[in-house]
Write a new protein. Structure first.
Length: 550
């Protein structure tokens, strides 16, 4: 009940709030003396609080009669308020005034300023008024787990929940409803800007008063379970697991200190993406058949290339989903592990303790896997281990940052891999980009302009063979005309002729021309196929691809 009941009893005796006979009677009954005094004598909780306040040198605060503004009450997250039994009652911009019911609980008094990250002034309130406030403002404790544990619901918290909890809850629920891929919480000079990344585009959705930033950041950090509320000077990473209806969602949280406060970005990882097949990613049947044949090979390296945000990791997960069978041992090494895949051993890179890509790979090979997925080939050491694994009977899937597929050869050579090893180990390179897909509800037939036809190098006589559509805008796509994204692909297969060219140290341009002669479609050409199929628009393809002049 109180951190030091014997000391409190002495204070009550000294103040004349209880007699020695009453105290002796309470002790003879066993149990809590203070509870006996409250139930069987005229002692009240208010008297106890006033005695504690006087001896602690702080003021008594009548919390039951106070009207606390929601923006003040919301400065302390519910988890912290409940743990420390601390209620924020006033904020003058310098000091946050907090009511506690046990000012001689030194753990609370010492820790709370660091946990909240503010200069605090303490006042003393009754235990009952603290209980009432926690219940009224934060809701019943079993109902406020909301978003901070796996399997919790995004919707359905009671109306009495804290404003900050509701604000964050609504922020997440709306992002999931709008199918956002990222949530950006950005402190500006006088406000907090909220933006969602929708189909690859950042869209501003809200602005909040700057004074809410500490509470919003603290709430998100508490939900992550691993981020420090007190640490505001260093970047931190965390993870939140949610359940929205029947859908399980992970949020990868990143906090970075900026000149106006901590900036938070939450990457939404929808676990339903794990069941995506290659057609859902945007593969047409011919490319799908070829690529499935490649990922079914017993050994060699298959690379997926493209810039950041082009969907490379999603494609690798879809590949693993296709080839994951009980008779195959699959191990991945990732930084970080984005999705947990059933039946697959996943290793997360932790460079600070020496678990680098290379170190993890060396350990993985001792586990006798059939298939290895490497999140990204970043350096010569990782590349060499991957090459050796591919040459000794393992299928290796990984990503690389290059603009097109043939450039992967030059990139591997640049980081120190000998060309004869590249020629021997690499089986194929898939370059990809993401284009926004036209909204299936409102898209309408459209005609290409002469400039678009010329820029895309399309044959005007063949336009009638396709179903060219354009964006319109409706409620489903929030008036933008696009909903979701699809991939466009460039599949570069390494056959004997190309291997010979790699060994001969031919340029990327020569490799590209040879690959085109062997039937490789460029990114732009695959994009044109998706324009002709009414999947995306000419503007999208022109935006994400370069011309094929070489």
């Amino acid at each position: 009940m109180f951190s030091n009941e014997d000391y409190l009893v002495d204070l009550l005796l000294e103040a004349g709030a209880a007699s020695q006979e009453q105290v002796d009677e309470g002790r003879s009954r066993g149990g809590s003396v203070v509870e006996y005094l409250l139930s069987d004598t005229e002692l009240t909780e208010r008297t106890i609080a006033e005695v504690l306040a006087a001896n602690a040198g702080i003021e008594f605060y009548d919390l039951a009669e106070a009207a606390i503004p929601p923006d003040v009450a919301g400065t302390v997250p519910d988890d912290i308020a409940r743990r420390y039994r601390a209620v924020p009652v006033a904020d003058d911009g310098v000091y946050l005034t907090v009511a506690v019911d046990d000012p001689f609980n030194f753990e609370t008094m010492d820790s709370l300023p660091h946990v909240i990250g503010r200069e605090l002034m303490f006042v003393c309130a009754t235990q009952g008024s603290i209980d009432d406030f926690l219940k009224q403002f934060y809701g019943a404790e079993e109902d406020t787990s909301g978003l901070d544990v796996a399997g919790s619901e995004v919707e359905g918290d009671s109306e009495s929940d804290a404003p900050i909890i509701k604000l964050v809850q609504n922020l997440l629920a709306e992002a999931l409803k709008m199918r956002a891929s990222d949530i950006h919480i950005e402190p500006l000079e006088t406000s907090v800007r909220i933006r969602y990344r929708l189909d690859g585009k950042l869209v501003e959705v809200a602005n909040h008063p700057k004074k809410l930033l500490p509470a919003i950041v603290a709430r998100i950090k508490v939900m992550s379970g691993s981020m420090s509320i007190a640490e505001k000077r260093l970047p931190q990473d965390g993870r939140i697991q949610l359940k929205a209806g029947e859908k399980e969602v992970d949020l990868r949280v990143s906090s970075v200190p900026s000149n106006h406060g901590e900036s938070i970005v939450m990457r939404i990882l929808d676990k339903s993406a794990l069941v995506l097949g290659l057609p859902e990613l945007g593969f047409f049947s011919d490319d799908q058949a070829t690529f499935e044949e490649l990922i079914g090979l017993p050994d060699g390296i298959i690379l997926v290339t493209g810039p950041t945000g082009s969907g490379k990791t999603t494609t690798l997960y879809a590949c693993l989903n296709v080839i994951n069978r009980p008779d195959r041992k699959i191990i991945t090494v990732e930084d970080p592990v984005e999705y947990e895949l059933p039946g697959i051993n996943q290793v997360m890179v932790k460079a600070d303790i020496g678990m680098t890509f290379a170190a993890a790979l060396r350990a993985m090979l001792r586990q006798a896997p059939n298939i290895i997925m490497i999140g990204e080939i970043r350096d010569a050491e990782t590349a060499n281990i991957a090459i050796n694994a591919a040459l000794t009977g393992h299928l290796v899937l990984s990503t690389l940052h290059t603009n097109d597929a043939p450039s992967a050869v030059a990139r591997l050579a640049d980081i120190g891999i000998k060309r004869f090893l590249i020629a021997s180990a690499v089986r194929a390179v898939l370059a990809q980009r993401l284009v926004r897909a036209l909204c299936p509800v409102c898209k309408a037939p459209a005609e290409l302009t002469e400039k678009q036809i010329r820029s895309l190098n399309m044959d005007p006589t063949r336009l009638s063979e396709g179903t060219i559509m354009g964006p319109v805008g409706c409620e489903k796509c929030r008036g933008g005309g696009y909903r979701g994204r699809k991939g466009i692909f460039e599949l570069f297969q390494i056959d004997d002729q190309v291997r010979h060219m790699i060994n001969e140290n031919l340029t990327t341009g020569q490799l590209r021309r040879r690959a085109r002669e062997l039937g490789m479609r460029s990114l732009r050409e695959d994009g044109i196929r998706k324009i002709m199929a009414g999947i995306t628009s000419a503007e999208e393809v022109m935006h994400v691809t370069m011309s094929d002049s070489d």
